[in-house]
Design a binder for this molecule. Structure first.
Ligand SMILES: Cc1cc2nc3c(=O)[nH]c(=O)nc-3n(C[C@H](O)[C@H](O)[C@H](O)COP(=O)(O)O)c2cc1C
Length: 169
């Protein structure tokens, strides 16, 4: 038996799971693309695997199967505008969406890494699993690093951006 559950109730409930915010990028023969994602998780230590869930309607969804891989930059607290930009349907496609955005190519793959993020993971796509209206892309980690161990992450909770509050003790 399954209770009749609306998309709104589902979103509101799973939105109580606090996450960080990432920008997932890829580079298909020099065609760059980026999108904001919080459905990111670490999966396995041996081998080193992470996952990202991508909407079947997203431009990224068509690119990842042909891409060599993807990079994930974990955003810092002051990067809310970048998160909104890479989630916006009004941004241009390709290289133009990076206009005014500071980024560096990942050393091994050339996937864009967003400058001033707190950390990055660079991956080779190894598997894709269907997950309803999303696909789950598994990536084997080829490189990673903490970029700013002193910076706070950007958080997403209850459908809003949040920030860490300093510990009082
Ligand atoms: C905080 C936040 C988290 C998001 N997380 C995801 C996600 O995990 N997967 C996804 O497919 N879309 C996610 N989105 C929506 C995409 O960023 C958005 O649809 C984007 O325009 C897709 O880009 P594309 O179609 O150009 O690839 C998120 C948006 C926001 C604001």
């Amino acid at each position: 038996m399954t209770r009749d559950i609306s998309a709104e109730e589902f979103r509101r409930t799973v939105g109580m799971f606090a996450t960080g915010v990432t920008v997932v990028t890829t580079n298909v023969d020099g065609e760059l693309h980026a999108m904001t994602a919080n459905a990111f998780a670490s999966v396995s230590l041996d081998p080193l695997l992470v996952l990202v869930c991508v909407d079947r309607d997203a431009g990224m969804h068509g690119l990842l199967p042909v891409a060599q891989g993807f990079a994930v930059t974990i955003l810092a607290s002051e990067q809310e505008e970048l998160s909104a930009w890479f989630a916006s349907s009004r941004r241009p496609r390709g290289q133009d969406q990076f206009e005014g955005v500071d980024w560096d190519p990942a050393p091994l793959t050339g996937n864009p890494l967003i400058c001033d993020g707190v950390a990055y993971v660079d991956c080779r796509v190894t598997e894709r699993h269907e997950g309803g209206d999303h696909s789950i892309f598994l990536g084997e980690v080829v490189d990673l690093g903490v970029l700013r161990s002193d910076a706070d992450p950007l958080l997403y909770y209850g459908g809003r951006y949040r920030r860490l509050v300093a510990d009082t003790d």
